[in-house]
Structures are given as C-alpha cells and as structure tokens.
Design a protein around this ligand. Structure first.
Ligand SMILES: *[C@@H]1O[C@H](CO)[C@@H](O)[C@H](O)[C@H]1NC(C)=O
Length: 379
C-alpha cells in the first residue's frame, strides 16, 4: 500500500483533488474486460471505493462465459498506481473508525482474487507502480513493464511493512533481492523490473496501445495464447532499448550477487554490519537508507519475508492482516509518525519508537504476528 513516493518527489498530495468521472472505469471491449484506474491527479492511488468496485467486477468477469481475459491499466500516463490512499486510513485509525480494518481486509481479499483469478489477467504497469499498485498487478499471471515503469515497496519509510502479499512475492525473487527491495524501498526502473521478476514482460511504451488492441482481439485465448502475444511484443524491442541496462545487467546480474552477499544474514543488524564492512559507495548508501527507516518496520519486514518464503499467498495475506492491525491499532506508533513526517508535515524527520534496532525486542515483533481470533482475515 502507499503513497510515499508522492511526498518524496512530488509536491502534490496532501489534498488530492478528485478527478472528473468515476475513480475506476470498466469497459467490455469484445471479449475482454478492461479496468482503468482513473485518479490521475492522485497517481491512481487506490482507495476503498475503488477496491469495492473492482472486486465484484472481477468476480463477475471470472464467471462470465463471454469474458476471456482481463486487462488492468492506469489513466494519465504517469502511474499505474502509486499505492494505497493511506492518509484516509491513518485518519480513520486515529479516530477508531472501521476504515482502518476494512481497507486492509478488502484490499488483501482483492489481492487474493487476482492471485487466484482463473482467466488470463494482464497488468500494464506503466509509470509508478508501488505498494497497493504492486498488489493489483504482481499476483496476476502477466505483468507488462515499459521503460517508464518505476517499481518500489517503500513501506518501511513510513513505519509500515511491504504488504499486499509482499511477504509472498518478494522472498520468491532471486536470492536476497526481495529482502533488499523490502527493507530499503529501493526503486527499480524499466527493464530491471522485468529482470527482477516483478514484471513477466517488457514492452516499449510506444507499443502498448497496439499490444492492448491485439489482446482484446484474441478469441477465447488460453494462457499460452496471451503469453505468445506478449512474447512477440517483447521480441520487437529495438536494439537501443536492449543496450540500456539500468542496474541488473543481463550477464553480470551484479545486483543479484551483491544482494546475496550482503543481505544473507540472520538479522537486520547483521545486514547493517555487512553493509558497513563492505566499504563500497553503494553499500554505504544502502546502510544510510536503512538507518532512516523505522527500526520496528525493518524487524517486522525481515520476519515477514522469512516466514512468507514457505507460505501460500493466502496464509501470507492472513499474516499481513495481523501485521497491518498491529501497526494501525494494536501496537506500534511508527505508522502514524511515518505518515506525519512524510505525508502530512513533510519534515522528513520521523521520530521512531524505538529509535534503534537493538531496542526492538523479539517479544515486540512476536506480538505483531499474534493471531486476531475472530478478527483474523478470512479468505
Ligand atoms: C476515492 O476517490 C474518489 C476519487 O477521488 C473519491 O470520489 C472517493 O470519495 C474516494 N473514496 C474514499 C473511500 O476515500
């Protein structure tokens, strides 16, 4: 979920103006159901009313014999979806409003519906794709990145953790790459999004509308038929696009190795130690980034990915719902403080509690994972 990027690099946000028209548009184009996230001024940030429109529509299309595939995209060209609309959620949490429970529950139920969707589901993740936007795409069968895609799970910067099934997909990326992305909120761009395995395909931005046209023209496509169309577009890449590796160069893949070397540790403290000892400028920078994140979030996230590596998506979402409620209503203060520092006051100077890793006890982390009894998420 979330919205950090907005505050970090764009001065918009605090009062987002509502755009004209409905916040999600559904179209039937021949045998395809097309979902357009339509809050371009808010970078298509996901709010509860959008979730409440998308979920039933998706279930309807899943059963409808006339619908063969679903395409989801964002309006406005800048973002697929920059995250969950968390400002409203934290306001609700402070006043005890049920939105704090409902938002997470219904968002994770939607993530699961996408992860178990029985027909081809194609997410065109052009532009900013973070947090809640990742949850709307990464669990689907096909994710198409372009050179404009910007991916991140930046939740540890606001006292949260990489939810929406982050505990499922991140530990399944190569080596320790997912843990690196989860703890640091590192941004992947363009082709790297596909090399990392977050996207299944990479297609040039200028070809996306032709691709969409070909997809909706498919007649009763199987998963393989859809995959073949996406492959053919990927194979049309111009040489110059191929020659611009960002970080994950195809042959050396050095970020993969780097992550494996430095993020292979039995604790967050161990990772910090590895980074400090490494001595490279890149490692130094990542150590500084980690030092700014909520220590409680870092420890919760470390445990979340460790546990999630061997769990089903459903079990991960149940676990993450417990964590969301721990952050919102039961335990930590860091989520409110993070949202204050990053989104509301924008002083970028959160006062985390506890303020250092060594003061985040195992007992505290355990308590965040505790079952909620009758309030547990049911899928
Ligand atoms: C969601 O966003 C839309 C468009 O900005 C707005 O009209 C609607 O009230 C919002 N819903 C919630 C629950 O915040």
């Amino acid at each position: 979920m979330l919205y950090v990027l907005l505050a970090l690099c764009l001065p918009v946000l605090s009062q987002m103006s509502s755009s004209a028209g409905p916040e999600v548009v559904f179209e039937r184009i021949r045998n395809a159901g097309v979902i357009t996230l339509n809050r371009p001024k808010a970078l298509n940030a996901l709010n509860l009313s959008m979730i409440r429109h998308i979920y039933p529509q998706l279930k309807k299309w899943e059963k409808d014999p006339e619908t063969d595939l679903v395409v989801i995209k964002g309006a406005g060209g800048k973002a697929f979806c920059a995250g969950g609309d968390i400002r409203a959620v934290t306001d609700a949490g402070k006043t005890g409003d049920s939105l704090a429970q409902d938002f997470f529950r219904e968002e994770y139920i939607l993530n699961n519906a996408i992860g178990t969707f029985k027909k081809p589901y194609v997410a065109l993740i052009e532009g900013i794709t973070m947090g809640g936007g990742v949850g709307l795409s990464v669990h689907g069968r096909f994710r198409v990145a372009t050179e404009k895609t910007l991916f991140a799970m930046p939740e540890t910067a606001i006292g949260l953790f990489p939810d929406v099934g982050g505990g499922y997909f991140l530990p399944r990326l190569q080596g320790k790459l997912g843990l690196f992305l989860a703890l640091t909120g590192f941004r992947l761009k363009g082709r790297d999004v596909q090399r990392a395995g977050v996207a299944t395909h990479f297609v040039e931005s200028q070809k996306i509308s032709a691709l969409e046209e070909d997809l909706v023209n498919l007649k009763s496509p199987s998963f393989d038929d859809v995959g073949a169309v996406l492959d053919s577009y990927q194979n049309q890449l111009l040489l110059h696009t191929l020659e611009k590796p960002v970080i994950l160069t195809p042959d050396s893949s050095h970020l993969f190795c780097w992550c494996h070397r430095l993020f292979e540790a039995s604790s967050v403290e161990g990772i910090q130690e590895n980074l400090k000892q490494d001595g490279s400028a890149f490692a130094q920078k990542q150590a500084e980034t980690l030092a700014k994140m909520s220590p409680a979030s870092l420890k919760i996230t470390f445990r979340q990915l460790q546990a999630g590596a061997t769990m089903s998506l459903q079990d991960v979402l149940v676990m993450e719902y417990r964590l969301s409620q721990a952050c919102m209503v039961r335990r930590g203060k860091d989520f409110y403080e993070g949202v204050r520092a990053v989104l509301i006051d924008k002083d970028q100077n959160p006062r985390w509690q506890p303020s250092s890793l060594k003061d985040v006890t195992e007992q505290f982390v355990d308590s965040c994972f505790a079952p909620l009894g009758e309030h547990d998420l049911k899928l």
